[in-house]
Design a protein around this ligand. Structure first.
Ligand code: SAM
Length: 288
């Protein structure tokens, strides 16, 4: 008999993955097969093939991205800041081990250098080999992989990047400090004088305090800040937020020019619409 990690169980001859990242909500996915499964020094890395979402990347039992909806998240976290910045050349991605954000960023021909700082090399190796629907087996020479802790990496950088994309996992384990004030301050310092930063800021339904905190840090540190959203079916609650901070450029999506990009989700209309917020989110973000 096969032994599986605790989040995979055989029920009546079928294999089910139970995602249990909040004690009050569990989501079950029916799995066809386990493609890759290994413990790294930091986390358990797994790639499975599922019935509804195709291949999925699972870290410590939590779904990170899938072949079916990964493009929504990855297009939004990269194309929104890269379109609002008029001439990005050198960018940094922190996290993003599935390579989806770097793959999307690489579609911008203006970029000369994409530094990608991921703490866990095994996530990148597994995604490049077994999750090419998301990673595209990224081999663009402008992408420079650096395997270290993003928190330490930005502490030593100053005035270096046009855009910084923080594509972190949930605020537990190695990603916990990616949601703390000091990290946001170091990101600002690593940006050029007119730089733009974007942070994945969790669910507007289930992680409201975390979102409020991310927005308040960004608002305090940057002259321009805003929250935008997309629907990503495999993230708890479906709706997902991103928080953007800009040092100089105004956030004027209606004036930004989307360059020609081969995308499935992002376009000029989505750029305009993603900054429109539902009333309860406006209320939350306006609270002191
Ligand atoms: N899009 C996904 C989501 O929102 O669930 C997450 C994308 S990606 C898989 C997140 C990556 O952040 C993981 O590969 C993880 O190893 C990496 N990570 C976590 N903490 C980090 C840190 N301190 N420095 C750099 N990368 C980190």
């Amino acid at each position: 008999m096969k032994t599986y990690p605790e989040w995979l169980k055989e029920v009546d001859g079928s294999l089910w993955l139970t995602e249990d990242d909040r004690s009050l909500l569990k989501i079950d996915y029916k799995i066809k097969e386990v493609i890759f499964s290994k413990q790294s020094p930091l986390q358990h890395v797994m790639i499975v093939d599922s019935y509804d979402f195709g291949k999925m990347l699972i870290l410590d039992g939590v779904v990170q991205t899938t072949a079916v909806d990964g493009h929504i998240y990855n297009e939004m976290i990269s194309h929104v800041p890269l379109t609002l910045h008029p001439h990005p050349k050198k960018i940094l991605i922190i996290g993003g081990g599935d390579c989806g954000a770097a793959r999307e960023a690489a579609k911008h021909t203006s970029l000369e250098q994409i530094d990608m700082v991921e703490i866990d090399e095994l996530v990148v190796k597994a995604s490049k080999e077994y999750l090419q629907e998301v990673s595209g087996n990224l081999s663009d020479p402008r992408v420079n992989f650096i395997f270290t802790d993003g928190i330490k990496f930005v502490q030593e950088k100053e005035n270096e990047y046009d855009v910084i994309i923080v594509d972190s996992s949930d605020p537990v384990g190695p990603a916990e400090a990616l949601f703390e004030y000091d990290f946001y301050a170091h990101i600002k310092q690593a940006l050029k004088k007119d730089g733009i930063a974007v942070f994945q800021s969790q669910s507007p339904i289930f992680h409201r305090e975390m979102l409020k905190q991310t927005y308040s840090y960004t608002k305090e540190l940057y002259p321009g800040s805003a929250v935008f959203q997309a629907v990503v079916p495999t993230y708890p609650g479906g709706m997902w937020t991103f928080t953007i901070g800009t040092k100089r450029y105004l956030i004027e999506p209606e004036k930004a020019n989307v360059p020609p990009l081969e995308t499935k989700y992002f376009n000029q209309d989505i750029l305009k619409g993603c900054f429109l917020l539902q009333q309860d989110l406006k209320n939350l973000l306006s609270q002191e």
